[in-house]
Design a protein around this ligand. Structure first.
Ligand code: PHE
Length: 342
């Protein structure tokens, strides 16, 4: 028995001297593993006379230690060496599989929804391909009205509806105003319509498909104060406490009075840069809903008033504090180096 152990040990030590790094692991299992040679001998010890057992046990353990030390030493040497040898270290963390995430525009849609839902707005969706009536006619822009030029609309070449006219790709989310009034019928209305909008335009600040978010509130005694308060709330919560909103008098056919509202530019801190006009960036339009528009939606303007606002979503997102994006087209470039940052 002693000889067998001695032979095993010598054989192991000789093999270790010549082993490369992978063979070394093989030898470790062969000799020291649970089913390895030396453990086999330990199991046979039971058959020996009681007196012999501790002696043989001791010899086996010494052999184990010697082999273990030899393997560790050889291993250390191989690693110091040329680096040709591959050593698999099971404790090194694995490569993580690539996991995608929501597109930043989708993230912005969700954030804007949440911001307005906190103050009671209800998110709705209306058709992306819409009738002329909802996009223009019901909003005081009859056929051939010059105000329509603002919206650089894509018309769809299908036969027109007898009542609602031609089909269009929604050029603004205001097309949802009449849809919402006829859906709810009896105010209060607190609509948030976020949707894709389409216009013939393309430069650093414009893309042919973009998103707008539109608010519509109709109730008793709604005034311009509510409009201003709502936009101020949005500016503070979405852009950060330091960003400012400015209302400018404007004209829309479907609101009276009308405004455009701007947000202070984050890229140049108000000095003026390639994206903004003198430190301000136009976000959208707003105003008190025109009485005729309320009528078109089946709501009596004698009892109810309302305000509406609509703004570009991508642009709002780009103007957020800390995000220095100076070309709106980047958002849709599908460049992973850009997208992964969000
Ligand atoms: N729909 C207008 C636009 O696209 C914005 C607007 C919305 C104006 C609501 C007034 C009220 O420019």
């Amino acid at each position: 028995m002693e000889n067998r152990i001695q032979n095993l040990k010598n054989q192991a030590l000789a093999q270790i001297i010549d082993a490369d790094i992978e063979e070394l692991e093989g030898l470790r299992t062969n000799y020291l593993g649970r089913r390895g040679e030396l453990n086999k001998i330990l199991r046979e010890i039971q058959d020996l006379p009681a007196k012999k057992r501790p002696i043989i046990g001791q010899i086996v353990n010494d052999a184990k230690k010697a082999i273990e030390r030899a393997i560790d030493e050889k291993h250390g040497k191989l690693q110091e060496g040329t680096g040709k040898t591959k050593w698999f270290d099971p404790t090194v963390p694995g490569n993580k599989p690539q996991i995608g995430h929501l597109h930043l525009v989708t993230q912005a849609v969700e954030e804007i929804s949440k911001t307005f839902e906190k103050i009671g707005f209800v998110r709705v969706r209306y058709p992306e391909v819409e009738w002329d009536w909802f996009a223009f006619e019901s909003l005081n822009m009859p056929k051939d009205h010059p105000a329509r030029d603002e919206w650089e609309t894509f018309f769809v070449g299908t036969p027109p509806h007898s009542k609602y006219g031609q089909m269009v790709l929604t050029p603004h989310t205001s097309s949802g105003q009449i849809r919402e009034m006829t859906r709810v019928k009896n105010p209060p209305i607190r609509m948030l319509n976020i949707a894709k909008t389409y216009r013939r335009q393309s430069d650093v600040a414009h893309i042919p498909m973009f998103h707008q978010f539109e608010g519509l509130v109709v109730d008793k005694e709604i005034s311009v104060v509510h409009l201003k308060g709502t936009l101020d709330y949005f500016a503070r919560s979405f852009f950060g406490p330091k960003r400012k909103i400015r209302l400018r008098p404007f004209h829309f056919q479907f609101t009276e009075p009308s405004f455009e509202f701007d947000i202070s530019c984050d890229i140049c801190q108000g000095r003026g840069c390639k994206l903004c006009k003198a430190g301000w960036l136009e976000l959208g339009g707003a105003g008190m809903v025109h009485p005729q528009v309320l009528k078109n939606g089946g709501i009596d303007p004698k009892h109810y008033t309302g305000f509406a606002f609509g703004a570009g979503l991508e642009r709002s997102f780009m103007m957020k504090s800390g995000l220095k994006i100076d070309d709106v087209r980047t958002l849709y470039s599908s460049d992973l180096r850009f997208l992964r940052q969000f």
